[in-house]
Design a binder for this molecule. Structure first.
Ligand SMILES: [Zn+2]
Length: 299
């Protein structure tokens, strides 16, 4: 697989290797501007492999800005190192900046009492749920507001706030080229998890469904989506509809089995591999997802 390919005039996609054995790569995008500089979107993971891939794709080009769609390490992890090498500012949405500050303070244990988790299943959940305080992977030089046109000479690149996957997720609409950089908001085959920016008072399902509608409305039939993983694709509107339906189906299932607690509801739902196979991180994800749908339904 080529490390870099040109997806539109002056727009290049870099396959950035990802550690961990899940998805094989994330996509960094390089936008050439009219001043001969490059704007990097989602530089990738904080590993030597990732940095080497990006460095060889940049070939010493002048980097004018580093835009991060969301705080996850496979997108934002290399941003601080790239800034140190290039002096380019790091930009992200203000809600993502707030989430980064909160995550740096650590994530406390979820309320397993309120979820109704049996005592014998609590240790495996606490082992994966609690995140100790530590330095944030990156701090932005500037935050970006919803609807803002970024300073990319010769192009019209509009930032769109698309919360759901994380509270301050951004998509970038390259209006002059009919491109939409979707981050992890809309991927061609993978269903992104929701509410993955640390605990907030938000309703990630309601936020996500609204943000899908917003992105779908941009699809005039020719819009090319440039996702954070997998390959560029058209049919963004249809994909948004399918993703919304995926979540609405789950909401209907939760509504049909409200149960007394999150644990009781989760145990009645359909899970890939079955409820009994869930443990540790997959069990925590299942319970969080169930809690989000119950909150969305106000159960
Ligand atoms: Zn990702």
């Amino acid at each position: 697989m080529a490390a870099i390919d040109t997806v539109a005039p002056g727009v290049h996609r870099v396959h950035v290797p990802m550690p961990g054995g899940g998805l094989p790569f994330s996509n960094a995008y390089l936008l050439d501007d009219a001043d001969g500089a490059v704007h990097v979107v989602d530089p990738g993971s904080p590993t030597d492999d990732a940095r080497d891939a990006l460095r060889s794709a940049l070939r010493g080009a002048r980097v004018a800005s580093i835009v991060v769609t969301h705080l996850h390490a496979d997108h934002a992890g290399a941003a601080a190192a790239l800034r140190a090498e290039t002096d380019a500012p790091v930009l992200l949405h203000e809600r993502e900046a707030a989430a980064l500050r909160m995550l740096a303070d650590g994530i406390p244990a979820p309320d397993l009492d309120a979820w109704g988790v049996p005592a014998e299943r609590r240790p495996e959940l606490l082992a994966v749920a609690v995140v100790p305080a530590g330095p944030a992977p990156v701090t932005p030089d500037r935050t970006v507001a919803d609807g803002e046109l970024l300073a990319v000479p010769g192009r019209r690149v509009r930032a769109l706030w698309t919360p759901g996957h994380t509270p301050g997720h951004l998509c970038l609409h390259v209006e002059d080229a009919g491109l939409l950089l979707t981050g992890d908001h809309v991927l061609p085959t993978v269903n992104s998890g929701l509410g993955l920016g640390g605990p907030t008072a938000d309703d990630p399902i309601a936020d996500y469904l609204a943000a899908l509608d917003r992105v779908a409305a941009l699809d005039d039939g020719t819009l090319l989506a440039l996702p954070g993983h997998e390959d560029p694709f058209t049919g963004v509107g249809e994909r948004c509809f399918a993703l919304a339906e995926h979540h609405r189906r789950r909401t209907r299932e939760v509504a049909a089995h409200p149960g007394g607690t999150v644990w009781e509801t989760a145990a009645t739902l359909t899970w890939t591999g079955g409820w009994d196979a869930l443990s540790g991180f997959t069990l925590l994800s299942a319970l969080r997802q169930t809690a989000q749908h119950r909150a969305y339904l106000a159960i």
